[in-house]
Design a protein around this ligand. Structure first.
Ligand SMILES: *Cc1c(COP(=O)(O)O)cnc(C)c1O
Length: 471
């Protein structure tokens, strides 16, 4: 674009008179449209200095600006279809919530609610009452407290029970859950000192016993949720830690991570610690997440002995980490479903995805592949059996069987196909593997099958043939 063409660029006012932008001012605030047109024209002037191509026609320019505004107005936070197969994908918001939880949040959000008022007496009460009773019922604990997330639960518990004292942890259990959560850092922030014992692969009861001293406040057990130490290994059971701690008048804190309320072996997954079992074994405090295996809202759950939970509740960090009415409502609604494990399996989305039969996934994959293969943008769509993981820092070694549609695009690279689907509407996330895009049905709700097909169908052709041949 030659510099003399610059003066041919339409004015903001002229552009505002064009149909596409005029329409937009009724959908997006006028001032936003004006600002965005100015930004676009500024960019265009900058580009004009560097290229020799012609200015688009005014009508075409208006169209381009309008579609740019529409794209930039879309929230970066929006619903996506998860076809990665990873059931607890932290990047995709972990567990989807049950209808019962959503209905409850809607009801509580729409008006006022009895968050801290006892309806009988009209007196002030505690916001945890409703959820506390359910957690006691489902875990066998005497009392419960809910905070922002499990990282918060761990920080608060250590600060309240062990600040200025020592906490003993096995070297095999010093976990990192995603870059920002490292147990030694959380421990340091809480004011407690970490006393590591044992070795990476073996820690026995005498290792703990030798380390216990005057300043020991607690023995902390941490579930190695996202890794496994296999081979020549040994860990100490909660019951043994409890016996040892009782002799030395210190506490046992058990961070079980994922928060299984029921035995997951019914879904073919073994070895996930269950909250009730840890309480039964005598742990003083048990910590877990609400949005991992439990399949509820993001939160950190603390259950345990009444006097100890009360101490934790009184710590100032407890107020700083407290959850709102929506979280409490959603958690209570989710917990109610667990009173009947069959009902939980049907109604908690994570559990229904996990328990969908392979026959069901195979059938749907066959259907989807046949329809995708007929599309112009697709070279081949094959049905493949595969294995996926739970993800989100859960069960690293246990695989979940699944069926996928393996897509080979036509006229574009696999990464380009993956990007187009991610940025489409609805956004669709698959898994790129060996130069194919796998759409894994383990994490796709049956009603989304048709949306995936429409998503691939609506892909616009890649820019030009020659461009992708060069690529
Ligand atoms: C996931 C996890 C955490 C962190 O929980 P968030 O709810 O993500 O804060 C802490 N400890 C263990 C063992 C975990 O698995």
């Amino acid at each position: 674009m030659a510099p003399e063409i610059l003066r041919n660029i339409p004015s903001v006012n002229e552009l505002l008179e064009s149909q596409p932008l005029k329409t937009l001012t009724t959908q997006v605030t006028r001032s936003v449209v004006v600002t965005r047109i100015r930004d676009f024209l500024d960019n265009l002037r900058e580009e004009a200095k560097q290229t020799t191509s012609d200015l688009p026609l005014p009508s075409e320019l208006a169209e381009r600006i309008a579609s740019w505004i529409v794209t930039s107005e879309q929230s970066p936070l929006r619903p996506v279809i998860n076809a990665t197969g990873i059931l607890l994908h932290t990047g995709l918001g972990r567990a989807p919530m049950a209808t019962e939880a959503i209905t409850e949040m809607h009801a509580l959000a729409s008006g006022y609610c009895s968050l801290e008022i006892d309806l009988e007496t009209g007196e002030r009460s505690q916001r945890h009452v409703a959820v506390g009773q359910l957690l006691q019922e489902l875990t066998g604990a005497e009392a419960a407290l809910v905070v922002n997330n499990n990282a918060g639960a761990t920080l608060l518990t250590l600060a309240a029970l062990a600040s200025g004292k020592e906490v003993i942890v096995s070297r095999g259990e010093l976990v990192e859950i995603g870059g920002s959560y490292r147990l030694p850092d959380v421990m340091a922030t809480s004011g407690a000192s970490l006393r590591e014992v044992g070795t990476t692969n073996k820690t026995r009861l005498p290792d703990y016993a030798d380390a216990i001293g005057e300043s020991t406040a607690a023995l902390l057990k941490v579930h190695t949720s996202n890794y496994a130490i296999v081979g020549f290994t040994e860990q100490t059971k909660v019951t043994d830690l409890v016996r040892l701690a009782a002799k030395h008048r210190c506490l046992v804190i058990d961070d079980i991570g994922s928060g299984a309320l029921i035995d997951y072996s019914r879904f073919g997954l073994n070895g996930e610690p269950v909250a009730r079992a840890s309480i039964q074994a005598g742990a003083d405090v048990v910590l877990f997440s609400g949005d991992k295996l439990l399949g509820g809202p993001q939160c950190g759950i603390i259950v345990g002995r009444r006097s100890i939970v009360e101490t934790i509740k009184k710590h100032p960090l407890s107020r700083a980490l407290r959850v709102d009415k929506l979280t409490l409502g959603a958690l209570a609604a989710t917990l109610k479903l667990y009173r009947d494990p069959e009902l939980a399996e049907e109604s908690v989305p994570l559990l229904s995805l996990l328990s969908t039969s392979l026959e069901n996934l195979h059938l749907r994959a066959n259907n989807m592949a046949a329809q995708l293969e007929a599309l112009d943008s697709v070279t081949s769509a094959e049905v493949v059996e595969d294995e996926t993981f739970l993800g989100g820092g859960s069960l690293p070694t246990q695989r979940v069987s699944t069926w996928c549609v393996s897509l080979q695009p036509k006229g574009r690279k696999v990464d380009d196909l993956a990007r187009s689907l991610r940025t489409g509407n609805p956004a669709i996330f698959g898994r790129v593997q060996q130069d194919r895009l796998l759409l894994d049905l383990r994490t796709v709700f049956p009603t989304q099958d048709v949306q995936i097909i429409q998503g691939v169908e609506s892909l616009t052709a890649p820019e030009t043939e020659s461009e992708c041949n060069q690529a």
